[in-house]
Design a binder for this molecule. Structure first.
Ligand code: FEO
Ligand code: CA
Ligand code: CA
Ligand code: CA
Length: 696
C-alpha cells in the first residue's frame, strides 16, 4: 500500500550509511534536504580573532582556565599527549580492545566493577553484557499496562489494544523509587519517539489501522515496577495505580510567555493554550522536584505545511507528504488547511510530566524555546534558580540555556513545578584560544594541547522581554531558531544530551556527529567542532566557574570520538588511545553515584562498524578519558535512556529501533525474546548474574 511504501521511496535521498528507513521515519530524511541553518551569523572563525581579548575581559587566561577546570586536563600540562592515531595497535574487530587491564579498577570507587566488553560487529543480533552480568527485559513494546489491557498479538494488532500497551521506540527512560517501598517498588517514565511501521505491521495492513496503530504507539508511558529485592530484576506491574499512557489526543497545557499568543492559536484552540499530544520525544531529564521533562525533537516530520514562511524552512517543515500520512485523515497534521496554520508551532517544546499524579495534565513550556529539543537537564544554580540546558539536535544548530525567574524551594513541589514557566533564555557562542590556522579539520590537537576556550550565553529573552531586535517575546519563543540566528551563536555538530554533573557541576554536551561540517560550503571546522566531515562526534565539557546562571563559561573537549585502532584521529583527554573502548556518535549521557560519565551511542554501525552501546568514562585524575564499554545492543538498535544505579551494581537502557533495516517478513532482529518473531523495542536491566539463570 502506498503509505507504508513511502519511507522506502526515500532510499535514494538518504545520505551517509544510516538506514534510509531511519531517516524517513525518525527525522523525515532531513539530511537529504541539507542543513536548515542557512543563516550567515558570524562563524567561529570570524570571532576567533577576538577570542583572546574576550578571554582577557572574562579573566580567562589559559592558566586560569586550567585552575577553573579543577586541574583535570592532563593535556594542558602535557601538550600533544594523547593525540596519537593508535595505528599498529593490533586491534581486531570483536576480539578485544585494550580493555583487559581496566576491569578490576573501579573509577572513583564505584561498586559497579566490570571488565569492558569488546566492541560487537554491527551484524550481530545480540545484547552483550560483561562477564558475570546478565540482562532481562523490564518491559517490551506491546506489553499490557492496564488490568484489562489485551496481550500483544503480532497478527491481531489494533489501535485500541495499542493504546493500553507499552508504546514503540522507547527513548528517554527514568526510574524513581516509590517512597516507603524499601527499594522494592519504583515508577518508570518512558517516552516513545517514533514508530517503525515497516517492522510493526504487515504490508497489507488497512490504511486506517496503519495510521491509528502508529499514532497509538507514540506518546509517553508511566508504569510501576516491582522486585523482591535488589538482587533480582524489576518487573513491571500490570494494572498498577500510577500506570498511564499519554497519547496523541490527550491534552497538554502550554505555559510561559508565548502561551495564549496568536502564533499558537488554531481553529480547534482559540485560546492558544491547549495542545493535543506530544511528538518526537527524544531525551529528557529528571527535575530536582521529581517530575520528568522530555524534548520534542523531530516534530517537523509529522506535519505538511504550505512552506511559504522563513520559519517553516528553518524548521524543516515542508510541503511534502509525510512518511506516515496522518495528514490524509486529520486536518491538524496538514497546516495548509485554513485554521491549522499554527498547529506545527505547538510542537517543538520541552514537556513536563508528574509521574506520581496520574490525573495531572502534562505541560509544554514555551519559556525554553521551540526547536528540535533533544531533551533538557536541570541543575539548581548557586542562587537557587533552576538552570536547564538543552541542545537543538540538527546539524549546525545551537546549544541553549534557560535560567528560571523564580528560585527553587526544597520540598515545595507545587511551587517548583512552576519554575520552567518563566525565565531567561540564551544561546551559546564558543571561542577557541588557539589560532584558527591550527584547527585544520583533521581532529589533530592544536599546539597548546587542547581544544578549549571560553564562551558566552547570548541573551534571547530576559525578564520576559525579547532582547533580539525585530522579535517579540512570543516570536523568540516560537521561532527560536530565527531569533538565535540574529545574535550569532556557534553552529554546532548536533547537540544531543546536555547533562550537568551534580558532582563537579560541569556540563557535558554530546555532539553526536555532523558529516556536513566543512563540506559543500557549510561552516568549517572550528575549535569546538574541530573535525571536518565529523563522522564520530565529540564531547564538550563546560565549566560555569561557580555560577551556573552565569553569562560566560570556560570549555574544553573531553573527547574526540572514533576508533583509534582503525586509524581515526581521536582524543581522550590525554588517556592512551590504545587503552580505550572505541566509541562513536555519543547521544545520551548519565552519571553514576560517584560522578563517572556514562555515554550511550546512536550511529556506530554506520561509522566504526560496531553495534551501539553504553560506555563509562572516568572524568578525574589519571583515569580521565578512560572509556570502557559496558554493553552492546542488538543489530540496528540505538542505545537510549541510560540509568546507572551503581550502588546496586545495576544499569538500565532503552533499546530503540532494533532490527530497523529489516521489514515485516524479513526481520533483522528477534530481540528481546529471540523466539522467531520480530524485534520489540524494550527497556532492559543489566545486573550481576549472582548464580541465577539468565541471559548473558
Ligand atoms: Fe532523537 Fe537527537 O536523537
Ligand atoms: Ca586550545
Ligand atoms: Ca537522542
Ligand atoms: Ca539519537
Amino acid at each position: 500500500m502506498a503509505l507504508i511504501d513511502l519511507p522506502l521511496l526515500m532510499k535514494d535521498k538518504a545520505r551517509g550509511k544510516r538506514s534510509a528507513v531511519t531517516c524517513a521515519l525518525k527525522c523525515a530524511s532531513q539530511c537529504a534536504f541539507g542543513p536548515c541553518n542557512h543563516s550567515d551569523n558570524p562563524t567561529f572563525r570570524d570571532i576567533a580573532s577576538s577570542a583572546l581579548s574576550r578571554r582577557t575581559v572574562l579573566g580567562g587566561s589559559t592558566a586560569a582556565l586550567a585552575i577553573a577546570l579543577g586541574g583535570t586536563q592532563g593535556a594542558l600540562a602535557d601538550p600533544g599527549k594523547g593525540n596519537g592515531h593508535g595505528k599498529g595497535h593490533g586491534h581486531g574487530k570483536g576480539c578485544g580492545h585494550g580493555h583487559g587491564k581496566s576491569g578490576a579498577l573501579a573509577p572513583n570507587g564505584t561498586k559497579l566493577r566490570f571488565e569492558a566488553i569488546p566492541p560487537v560487529e554491527h551484524s550481530v543480533d545480540e545484547f552483550t553484557v560483561p562477564e558475570g552480568f546478565t540482562w532481562e527485559p523490564v518491559i517490551r513494546w506491546g506489553d499490557p499496562l492496564f488490568a484489562d489491557a489485551p496481550e500483544f498479538d503480532w497478527n491481531a494488532q489494533s489501535a485500541e489494544a495499542q493504546k493500553q500497551q507499552f508504546g514503540y521506540n522507547n527513548d528517554y527512560t527514568e526510574i524513581q523509587e516509590i517512597p516507603g517501598s524499601h527499594g522494592k517498588r519504583a515508577v518508570m517514565f518512558v517516552n516513545h519517539e517514533y514508530t517503525n511501521e515497516n517492522l510493526m505491521l504487515p504490508p497489507e495492513t488497512d490504511e486506517d489501522d496503519f495510521i491509528e496503530i502508529g499514532r497509538a504507539a507514540h506518546g509517553l508511558t508511566v508504569v510501576e515496577l516491582e522486585r523482591k529485592n535488589k538482587n533480582v530484576p524489576y518487573s513491571y506491574v500490570q494494572g498498577a495505580e500510577l500506570n498511564r499512557r499519554i497519547l496523541l489526543d490527550d491534552e497538554f497545557t502550554l505555559t510561559g510567555p508565548a502561551a495564549g499568543g496568536d502564533l499558537l492559536k488554531t481553529v480547534e484552540d482559540h485560546s492558544g493554550t491547549t495542545v493535543l499530544g506530544t511528538l518526537g520525544n527524544c531525551a529528557g531529564g529528571l527535575t530536582p522536584w521529581g517530575t520528568l521533562v522530555s524534548g520534542e525533537e523531530n516534530f517537523h516530520g509529522f506535519f505538511r505545511t504550505a512552506a511559504t514562511s522563513e520559519a517553516d524552512a528553518r524548521y524543516g517543515l515542508a510541503d511534502r507528504a509525510t512518511a506516515r500520512g496522518w495528514e490524509s485523515k486529520y486536518d491538524r497534521y496538514d497546516a495548509r488547511n485554513e485554521g491549522y496554520e499554527n498547529e506545527p508551532n505547538r510542537f517543538g517544546y520541552i514537556v513536563e510530566v508528574d509521574p506520581f499524579d496520574p490525573t495531572s495534565t502534562p505541560r509544554k513550556h514555551t519559556s525554553l524555546g521551540r526547536f528540535k529539543h533533544e531533551g533538557a537537564n536541570i541543575i539548581i544554580a548557586e542562587d537557587g534558580r533552576a538552570v536547564a540546558y538543552s541542545g537543538d539536535d540538527e546539524a549546525f544548530d545551537y546549544l541553549y540555556k534557560f535560567v528560571s525567574r523564580d528560585t527553587y524551594i526544597e520540598g515545595d513541589k507545587a511551587h517548583n513545578m512552576t519554575l520552567l514557566e518563566n525565565g531567561d533564555l540564551s544561546v551559546a557562542r564558543f571561542s577557541g584560544d588557539s589560532p584558527a590556522g591550527e584547527i585544520d579539520g583533521s581532529g589533530e590537537l592544536p599546539a597548546d594541547g587542547a581544544f578549549d576556550g571560553s564562551g558566552e550565553w547570548l541573551p534571547l529573552l530576559v525578564g520576559g522581554e525579547s532582547t533580539v531586535a525585530g522579535f517579540s517575546a512570543e516570536e523568540v519563543l516560537v521561532h527560536t531558531r530565527l531569533a538565535a540566528d540574529a545574535v550569532g551563536p556557534t553552529k554546532m555538530d548536533r547537540c544531543e544530551d546536555v547533562e550537568p554533573s551534580a558532582h563537579s557541576r560541569r556540563v557535558y554536551v554530546a555532539c553526536t556527529k555532523n558529516s556536513d561540517r566543512g563540506m559543500d560550503g557549510n561552516a568549517a571546522a572550528d575549535e569546538v567542532n574541530p573535525r571536518a566531515e565529523n563522522r564520530d562526534g565529540h564531547i564538550i565539557e563546560i565549566d560555569e566557574q561557580g555560577d551556573q546562571s552565569s553569562t560566560t563559561f570556560a570549555w574544553n573537549l573531553l573527547m574526540v570520538c572514533g576508533d583509534p585502532a582503525q586509524g581515526d584521529t581521536t582524543y581522550f583527554s590525554g588517556f592512551p588511545v590504545d587503552q580505550v573502548s572505541p566509541i562513536s556518535c555519543p547521544d545520551n549521557l548519565a552519571f553514576d553515584s560517584v560522578g563517572n560519565l556514562w555515554i550511550s551511542t546512536d550511529g556506530q554501525p554506520g561509522g566504526i562498524g560496531y553495534n551501539d552501546g553504553l560506555f563509562r568514562v572516568s572524568l578525574e585524575g589519571e583515569e580521565r578519558g578512560r572509556v570502557e564499554q559496558f554493553l552492546s545492543v542488538p543489530r540496528d538498535g540505538e542505545t537510549c535512556g541510560p540509568i546507572i544505579q551503581d550502588e546496586d551494581r545495576t544499569a538500565f537502557v532503552a533499546v530503540q529501533h532494533p532490527g530497523e533495516d529489516g521489514e515485516w517478513g524479513a526481520q533483522n532482529s528477534y530481540f528481546p525474546d529471540y523466539a522467531g518473531v520480530g524485534p520489540k523495542p524494550s527497556v532492559v536491566q543489566v545486573l550481576p548474574q549472582r548464580g541465577a539463570p539468565g541471559r548473558h
